[in-house]
Structure formats: structure tokens, C-alpha cells
Design a protein around this ligand. Structure first.
Ligand code: SF4
Length: 410
């Protein structure tokens, strides 16, 4: 089986529509994030929503904690490039106002709203408008009665029971446009809670590790929890909850789905060699520059930055486009074919320029573009390859010498 044909089998869930974005069923897994602006500040919030959408967010949540926030939503929703979810805490009036403002989804826990007539009013209004609601159980704010019942501990069982109680509030009033999350900041707890929940419900699941913290550990924790579940086929929509610019959340969410093959590649997948004694450039530095240069350019290609022309083109032959360093110049290759040679200082700019060309004109046009230079490019790469081998020998990392030394010193 080749790598492209490996696919995770997803657990079948019901489907709800968040605006024009389907969540659950056979819909692709979606990326969510949340604005950090005051929702009443319409321009700042819209600016952030556009940045989040450009970074890969399919759905964006905004808090709706004040009457002014609902008024802000009335201006934001019609101008937003992606569906908007209103985050509601205890006040059912904010939920009704957010619905009136035209939001595409609510996030609230009926248990927090308490009064049955208020829960009923929100559910009826949401149902009439065909608007789904996410129930968000959080390990850190578990119902005290459940906490006590499970031995003064937050357990996966307690979180699942809490979710089922919240679902029951809605089902009693005949509302089933539901998504659910059972987030925790503890990764094993979160994983197990979602596993157990997916056994007992077929409502779509929103995955996340709550309060994951700042990068890089926040990213690592979120990835550990979310990726484990996605690989088991669990999860319909995801959010990285990072203590950082929410654009990072959207970017990370999108990158995770692309790396798991759950979404079509939208942005560049940058690969780079780990560098070694044969490298002719500072691979970390050039890879970092390339990462920044591509940023959110939305070029769906795999691009390689390789430290030497001896092994680089071979090791990255499956990349769509790549550059390998050799003797103060960069050897550019398209799907393994040498196409051009450029000065070292122009390596990153050249990668970006060719990636943009391939995006608009295609691979055949890129190879045709290089028809006259291909022969000379291959020749130059061979010369630099030979020079590197002559300079550094077959064992550029001196590994064999070290092994000999180790043996001698025994
Ligand atoms: S051999 Fe070349 S491509 Fe491979 S790690 Fe070393 S520098 Fe990078």
C-alpha cells in the first residue's frame, strides 16, 4: 500500500450544518478558532476573522457575553468569510440575541441556563432557524455533584455522564442539532473521555485539549490529544486552544489535518533535511526563511530545502519542488528534475517564485519553462556533487572514524 492510499476510517456521525460548512457525517474534518477581540469592536473582530480564515479556520467563534456583543455580531455575521459561532455562558438572553443577529451556531451548556423554560426558548428558536448548538463539557468546570459521585475526581466517565445529561436537556425539548466536546487540559483524560463518548453517541464531536498553554508545549499537547483521536476515526471538527495569537491555532489545526491526510493540502508542506557534516548552507536558517516566505501563501505543494546536492535531490525526490545547496549556489529541482541554478542568496526567493509559477501554470509548464536550462542545471549539480564528495569524502560526518576511535579506546 503506498502512503497516499493510507486512510483513517472515520466513525460515522450525524451531520449538522454550521452555515454552509458541514460538520459530521462524511464531511471533511473542519478547523475552528476563536477571536480574542471584544465582539462589540466590529472592525477589529472582522480583521481577526479574516486572518483566521486565511490561516485555515473553517469556522470562527466569538464571545457573546454582553448586549453590545450581540449587536457586534449583527454587523460581523453578514461580512464574515466563514460561519460564526456565538459563545454563550449563562445568559439565555444572549443566546436569543445571537440567534437574532444571524449566527450560524451557538456554544452553550443547557445545564448552565438552568430554567427549563429558558432552555426550551433557546432550543425552539435555534430549531426554527436550523441552527446547531455545541455542548461544551469541560473537565475543569465539571458539575460538583458528578465530581463527588466519581470520588472527588474528574474522570472520563464523569465527563461523559455530564455530556449525556446536557444532551438530555435538549432531547427533552426535541432538539437534536447537537455537537459535543468533552475537553480537558490533561491529554490522557481528554482522549479517554472522547473515546467513551464516541461509543455512546453519534452526535458529531468537536475535539480539543483545553487550556493547552503557550507554544511549543501547547501545540504538542493539543496535537497529542487531537491526532490520537483522529487516527482512531474519532472527531469531526477540531480546535487548538493555545495561549498565543489565534492565527497560530488555525494554522496548527489546518497543518494537522493536512499531515494526517484528512484535508487537501492548502498551504506549502515544507520539508527540510536535518543537516549534517555534508551541508553547504545553514539548513535551519534557510528552512526558517522559507517557512516565513511561504507563510499563508496557500500554495498546495510539498517544498524541500536540502543541505547538499549529494543526497538532497534523491532524499527529496517525492517533493514537488526543492532546492539543494552546493558550492555557494542552489540547485532547484521540480519533481526530481534539475531545472535551474541560482546564487545561494536567492535560494528562498527562487523557491517562492517557482512555487507560485507551478500553482498558476502547472508542472508541465514549469518543466517546459526549464527546457533550455535543464541540461546545464543537471551538469552543474553533478559538478557540485562531485566537488562535495572530493572535499568531504564518502564519510562527511566522520562517523566511521569515530567508530574506529571507540573501538580503539575499549
Ligand atoms: S546528506 Fe545532505 S541532504 Fe542529507 S542531511 Fe546531510 S546535508 Fe542534508
Amino acid at each position: 500500500m503506498d502512503s497516499a492510499s493510507v486512510r483513517f476510517v472515520r466513525k460515522k456521525t450525524r451531520q449538522v450544518m454550521v452555515g454552509d460548512v458541514a460538520v459530521g457525517g462524511d464531511a471533511p474534518v473542519t478547523v475552528q478558532s476563536m477571536t480574542t477581540t471584544k465582539t462589540a469592536d466590529v472592525d477589529a473582530t472582522l480583521q481577526q476573522i479574516y486572518a483566521l480564515a486565511a490561516a485555515g479556520a473553517d469556522i470562527v467563534r466569538c464571545t457573546c457575553n454582553k448586549p453590545e456583543s450581540a449587536e457586534g455580531l449583527a454587523h460581523i455575521v453578514p461580512r464574515s468569510p466563514v460561519p460564526i459561532v456565538a459563545d454563550i455562558h449563562h445568559q439565555y438572553r444572549r443566546a436569543l440575541e445571537a440567534l437574532e443577529a444571524g449566527v450560524h451556531c451557538l456554544r452553550l451548556n443547557p445545564g448552565n441556563i438552568r430554567k427549563p423554560e429558558h432552555i426550551k426558548a433557546v432550543a425552539k428558536e435555534a430549531k426554527d432557524r436550523n441552527i446547531p448548538i455545541r455542548i461544551g463539557v469541560n473537565g475543569g468546570s465539571l458539575d460538583p455533584a458528578l465530581y463527588k459521585k466519581y470520588g472527588d475526581k474528574v474522570t472520563p466517565e464523569a465527563m461523559v455522564e455530564s455530556a449525556l445529561q446536557e444532551i438530555a436537556y435538549f432531547e427533552e425539548v426535541d432538539f437534536d442539532l447537537i455537537k459535543i466536546s468533552v475537553k480537558a487540559s490533561n491529554v490522557p483524560l481528554m482522549i479517554e473521555a472522547y473515546r467513551q463518548l464516541s461509543e455512546v453517541t453519534d452526535y458529531p464531536l468537536h475535539l480539543g485539549v483545553t487550556e493547552a498553554g503557550p507554544p511549543p508545549t501547547g501545540i504538542l499537547k493539543s496535537t497529542a490529544g487531537i491526532a490520537t483521536l483522529l487516527a482512531e476515526g474519532i472527531g469531526d471538527t477540531i480546535r487548538y486552544s493555545l495561549t498565543s495569537d489565534p492565527v497560530d491555532e488555525a494554522r496548527m489545526g489546518r497543518a494537522l489535518l493536512e499531515s494526517l491526510g484528512l484535508r487537501e493540502r492548502k498551504n506549502v508542506d515544507l520539508i527540510a533535511c536535518p543537516s549534517c557534516g555534508r551541508a553547504e548552507i545553514d539548513v535551519y536558517e534557510v528552512a526558517q526563511q522559507a517557512q516565513e516566505a511561504f507563510a499563508d501563501k496557500q500554495i498546495p505543494l510539498q517544498v524541500a530545502v536540502m543541505g547538499c546536492v549529494v543526497n538532497g535531490p534523491g532524499e527529496a525526490k517525492d517533493a514537488d519542488l526543492g532546492i539543494a545547496a552546493g558550492n555557494k549556489r542552489g540547485h532547484l529541482f521540480v519533481r526530481g528534475v534539475n531545472v535551474a541554478v541560482v546564487p545561494e542568496a536567492e535560494m528562498v526567493d527562487t523557491l517562492v517564485e517557482w512555487a507560485e509559477f507551478i500553482k498558476t501554470e502547472g508542472f508541465d509548464a514549469a518543466l517546459a519553462r526549464a527546457e533550455k536550462t535543464r541540461g546545464a542545471a543537471r551538469q552543474a549539480a553533478e559538478e557540485d556533487r562531485q566537488r562535495n564528495l572530493d572535499d568531504k569524502g564518502e564519510d562527511a560526518n566522520s562517523s566511521e572514524q569515530v567508530v574506529e576511535l571507540l573501538k580503539k579506546n575499549r
